[in-house]
Design a protein around this ligand. Structure first.
Ligand code: HEC
Ligand code: HEC
Length: 363
């Protein structure tokens, strides 16, 4: 399927929304759309997720809105999901048996941690802020620079990265084989018993259940018009009309596009002290035009996932919105509008196992 970007269509149809009309009105918006179209040739947006038979079409084809509600959590293979959950909390996955996935991805709060940048193996300071693991299974690429194409790829990288778990599959397999409960469970659920592929499979099935449905915004999208108040609805209209939704859209309100950070003004020049990780996608492709390009982050649960940006340098939503307006859209947004957009962003907080996500707090 070809990508159908919001502003690449000139002709209006009956399904045209305000959002599309704005495409033709706003100068900055038009420049942005050109950038988006130019930077995305041939990308197939109909990405298959890693679980069930879910087909994810992040660009809004079947709806008038640029954002789609989260799908329901699939609970097929409950025994494998439970095994994956156990592995997620197991420190045997890290070389020194001190870190589990949950050390940096706290499922009781926001799926990440409270730090600007997490501490990895032997307390190593990691290069980028830890993104929430909630809803990550729906992203076509993993990591800020999109260097993992699948959750499988992502798990291999985190397990073997000397700064993170610094481990190897043979060591993990040996450790799990020494544990009678794991031996029994793997034998029961997988014909080939304990193997790297089966460990990853169980983890991925578990990760695929880490969705946060039932945010107020999703309820509104699904037709409950009372789910949002007037200011929140206005915030959403502004989010579309200013052009935020050109980048933050689809089922994860981001996650499915690569964009330069600092399209209109050089963000890194202003921030200073450029690090290797700031080169973003360039570190993956080596292409000059990928310098400072990042995967657009998902805005699901954004009200509880501070600090923001790949470098964790942004403390508040207010700053994040102001910076995005300036660097990504080339405009200054009046304070009233910023406040409305923030009230809208706060409606994006969903639930995990029936409980609203919360900000991770320092112990
Ligand atoms: C020491 C902290 C730490 C540990 C332990 C850790 N992660 Fe992460 N995780 C991170 C950081 C930091 C990133 C972002 C790295 C990047 O973008 O380069 C990340 C990214 C991810 C992503 C991609 C999310 C996205 O939206 O791009 C997934 C999925 C993930 N981790 C799952 C796991 C799993 C599964 C484990 C256990 C096998 C794990 N993590 C262990 C810190 C950690
Ligand atoms: C051209 C694409 C683009 C546009 C337009 C855009 N953003 Fe972003 N946004 C990004 C990228 C890329 C980042 C990641 C920045 C970084 O990591 O350094 C980001 C980050 C954010 C974050 C922080 C998320 C996090 O988890 O770190 C928020 C909040 C945000 N944007 C909101 C908005 C709002 C509100 C608007 C409209 C006023 C907007 N964005 C417009 C691309 C865009």
């Amino acid at each position: 399927m070809k990508s159908s970007l919001p502003c690449s269509k000139k002709k209006s149809s009956n399904h045209q929304t305000d959002y599309h009309t704005h495409c033709h009105l706003k100068n900055a918006w038009q420049r942005l759309c050109c950038l988006l179209v130019l930077s995305l040739p041939g990308i197939n947006f109909a990405a298959h997720s890693h679980f069930s038979n879910q087909l994810i079409i992040p660009i809004y084809k079947q709806t008038e809105e640029p954002i789609l509600p989260l799908p329901a959590v699939s609970r097929r293979n409950p025994a494998k999901i439970a095994l994956g959950q156990k592995l997620f909390f197991d420190v045997r996955l890290s070389a020194n048996q001190k870190l589990s996935c949950a050390s940096c991805h706290d499922l009781d709060s926001n799926g990440a941690d409270y730090r600007i940048r997490s501490r990895g193996y032997n307390n190593t300071l990691l290069a980028v802020n830890t993104p929430s693991i909630f809803n990550a299974a729906l992203n076509p690429w993993q990591f800020w620079d999109g260097r993992a194409h699948s959750l499988e790829d992502q798990i291999n990288q985190v397990v073997e990265d000397p700064r993170e778990m610094a481990n190897s599959w043979p060591v993990i397999i040996r450790r799990l084989q020494g544990n009678p409960a794991y031996l029994r469970e793997f034998r029961k659920l997988y014909a080939s018993g304990i193997s790297a592929g089966n460990i990853r499979n169980a983890l991925i099935l578990f990760e695929s259940t880490l969705l946060t449905p039932d945010s107020r915004f999703d309820r509104w999208l699904k037709g409950n018009k009372q789910a949002l108040n007037a200011q929140e609805k206005k915030g959403y209209q502004l989010f579309k009309s200013y052009g935020c939704a050109a980048c933050h859209q689809g089922v994860n309100i981001g996650g499915n596009l690569f964009q330069k950070v600092g399209i209109f003004t050089n963000y890194f020049l202003h921030r200073g002290n450029i690090q290797l990780a700031d080169y973003g996608r360039f570190n993956v492709t080596g292409r000059k035009r990928d310098k400072f390009v990042f995967r657009v982050p998902s805005l699901r649960n954004v009200a509880v996932t501070a600090p923001y940006f790949h470098d964790g340098s942004v403390k508040t939503l207010y700053q994040a919105v102001t910076l995005n307006a300036r660097y990504q859209l080339g405009r200054t947004i009046p304070d009233n509008d910023i406040q409305s957009i923030i009230t809208f962003l706060k409606t994006l907080t969903g639930k995990y196992r029936g409980r609203q996500l919360t900000q991770a707090l320092a112990p």
